[in-house]
Design a protein around this ligand. Sequence first.
Ligand SMILES: NC(=O)c1ccc[n+]([C@@H]2O[C@H](COP(=O)([O-])OP(=O)(O)OC[C@H]3O[C@@H](n4cnc5c(N)ncnc54)[C@H](OP(=O)(O)O)[C@@H]3O)[C@@H](O)[C@H]2O)c1
Length: 327
Amino acid sequence: MKRGFILNTRPTQQKTALITGASAGIGRDYARYLAAEGYDLILTARRKARLEEVARELSGAFGTQATVLTADLTDPAAPTKLAADIRKKGLQVDYLVNNAGYQVPGFFDRVRWDVQRDMIQIMMTAVAELCHIFGPEMAARGFGRIVNISSVAAFVPGQAGGALYPSVKAFVLRLSQSLATEYQTAGVHVVAVCPGFTWSEFHDVAGNRAQMNKLPGFMWLDGPKVVSDAHKAVEARRGPVVVNGWVYKVLATVLQIIPDNWIGRLAARGTRNSSIRPEDARDATVSHARKSSTKSATKKPNGKSSRKAKTPARKTVKRTGKRADNG
Ligand SMILES: NC(=O)c1ccc[n+]([C@@H]2O[C@H](COP(=O)([O-])OP(=O)(O)OC[C@H]3O[C@@H](n4cnc5c(N)ncnc54)[C@H](OP(=O)(O)O)[C@@H]3O)[C@@H](O)[C@H]2O)c1
């Protein structure tokens, strides 16, 4: 879609994309990509200053009409409020990118329930609700694109530490597959995108950047490549599951061949995500001992010592799980 052509001839057909989590990482890369493709944008996340910066950048570079709507998607009322704000502005959503998310490290029973409930809300309920709000409108117009950012973690059947993450990502993957089937003849294309480790603020927020920087360079994906894979797949109605990068394509294939119970037993030995963030800690009433979290910081999930980092450390962002507006 080229902006000039559409603006000069059929302005009513200008398409608009809603991107959640557009203030950083993959969401911001998605905003840049779709702006270059000629889409107008509705950018949402919590950090207003960051979103405004992205909006300014893209309207300057591509003439994009970028609307900023802040929302905290851990609030159960946020999806309906967002939809109401979009309608009030006379906008419609032709392309939905459900991207906002994060990981909460730590063993399930050591992390406060409200922290995990918030994660379920933003990464499952809000994803489903936004599809439920905007999908029917897209189908009624005969055009729509829904890109749900899942993860290669969706293929991992059980993980010691960070138990919710593969669970919510598997939900996103399955939901996307079902919607792709339901919308098969409606002109609405749906994909679940499954990146592996991707450069973004994700691991800074999870508090494991130093540990993750020890991973070899070939395990890291670049956000813009993840985005272009996702966009090309949804346009061509490929998938509906898109795994990014050859390393993760191989991994996802292997994980689907090996019986879940075998992997589950191996995963039970890992402690990769066991280091709890102090702000998420549940009051220490759990008596049974866990493996030391310091150990996990120097070991890879397979138990071997981590190799020295070959990948240059990217700019790290010091933030807590509850992000401040540091835009
Ligand atoms: N990076 C990876 O290695 C990787 C791998 C596989 C999948 N993923 C998935 O990719 C997606 C994007 O992650 P990323 O890597 O780009 O991480 P990121 O750089 O940390 O960006 C996360 C985005 O989510 C937004 N967000 C966080 N909490 C929010 C809330 N309560 N309400 C609204 N927005 C919120 C953040 O904005 P504010 O802080 O301004 O609200 C930010 O824009 C996530 O779903 C993640 O699970 C990432």
